[in-house]
Design a protein around this ligand. Sequence first.
Ligand SMILES: [Zn+2]
Ligand SMILES: [Zn+2]
Length: 372
Amino acid sequence: MRGLAAGILVWVAFGWSAGAHEAARNPRLMDFPATASGGLILPVDLHTHSVFSDGSVWPDIRVQEAKRDGLTAMAVTEHIEYQPHAADIPHPDRNRSFKLASDVAKSDVLIIAGAEITRDMPPGHINAVFITDANALKVDNVEVAIRTANAQGGFLFWNHPYWHRQSPDGIARLNPLQERLIAARLLHGVEVANGEDYSESALRIALDNNLAILGTSDIHGLIDWDFDVANGGHRAVTLVLAPTRTPAAIRDTLRAGRTVAWFKQTLIGRPAHVEEVVRASLSLEAGDVVEKSRVLAIKLKNASPVRYTLRLKAPQAFYNMGDVVVVPPYGEVALQVTGGVTPQTLQLDFEVLNSITAPKQTLSLTLKPKAG
Ligand SMILES: [Zn+2]
Ligand SMILES: [Zn+2]
C-alpha cells in the first residue's frame, strides 16, 4: 500500500492523471501498432484443426476464436491422411472445412486454405497453406503432394520437427529428404513453436537454412482452454511483418521470412525482426525531475498485447525499482532514473528477457524518448 500511495503522489506531482488514460483495452486482442517505417505487424495462425480431421469443434468455432483473438488470418489445415472422424463425418471434399470457415468469417478474419500432409519421418508433417485445392494432395507419393502444393502457389513448412513421437530425444534434425526440399525451395518455413512446445533445435534449423520462423497453435480443442486465455495466456502465433493486410502480402512476407513467432509471451525471431516488434511496442517518455533532486521520472509505455520483461543494463539504475521491469500489455510503468540524467540525455539499455534471437540468445536494445 505504501508503494501505491507513493505512486499516486508521483502521478499527481507530474500531472499524469489516471483519468487521461484510454479505457482499458481487451488484452486478448492481438492488436499490434505499426512499425516506425509504417509496416504492419499481423498476427496469423497457420495451423488449426476441426472435426474435419482430428479436431473437436466445427469450423465456425475456429473462426469465432480467431475473431476474439484479433487474428488477421487463420489457415485451415486438416490432416490429409489422418481422418479419425471419417465414420461419423465422411470427408470426400477436403476443401469443405475451408469453405465452411470462409462462409462465416466474412471480412473479419482472412481464412487461408491449407492442409497438413501427415506422413511418418521422413518427411514428417508438413503444412501447405495458400493452396487452391486440398483434394489434389491426396496422393500416395509425398514428394508429388509437396510439388503439387508448390505448384498451387503454396507456402510450405515443417510442423513440430522436434516432436518426440518422431524424434524421441525431442531434438529436431534435418534428414536428406528435407535437405533436398529446402535446396529445391519446396519447403519454406519451420515451426519453432507449436501449441505448448518450443524447440531451439528447430530455431537453429530455421536460421541455418534461411527458413521462415513460425509459431502456431495446432489447435484441436478450444483456444480458451488449451492456452488459459482467462489468466492472460495466448495462443502461439506468427507475427508477419507485412507492408499491407492482404493475402498476397502475407504470403510474400512469409516467403521472405519476415516473421516473429510469439509463444508464451516470448518473441522468437531474427534479431532485426524482433527489434522491429519491440520498437513498435515500447516507447519512453521523460517526465520531470523529482523536486529538489536530480532523479528523473519517466514512463515506459507498451502499445502491444505482449507482456514485456526487460532487464536494465549497467551503468543505469532505477530509483524506484530493481533492474527487471515488467511492462503489461497495452499498459505502462512509472519509473525513476538515478544519476542525474535529463530528458535530453535519457537513454536506457535493456535486455529483452522475453525474446529469443538464436538458441540461448536474447535481444538487447537502447530506448530513447522520441524526438520532438
Ligand atoms: Zn502434425
Ligand atoms: Zn496439426
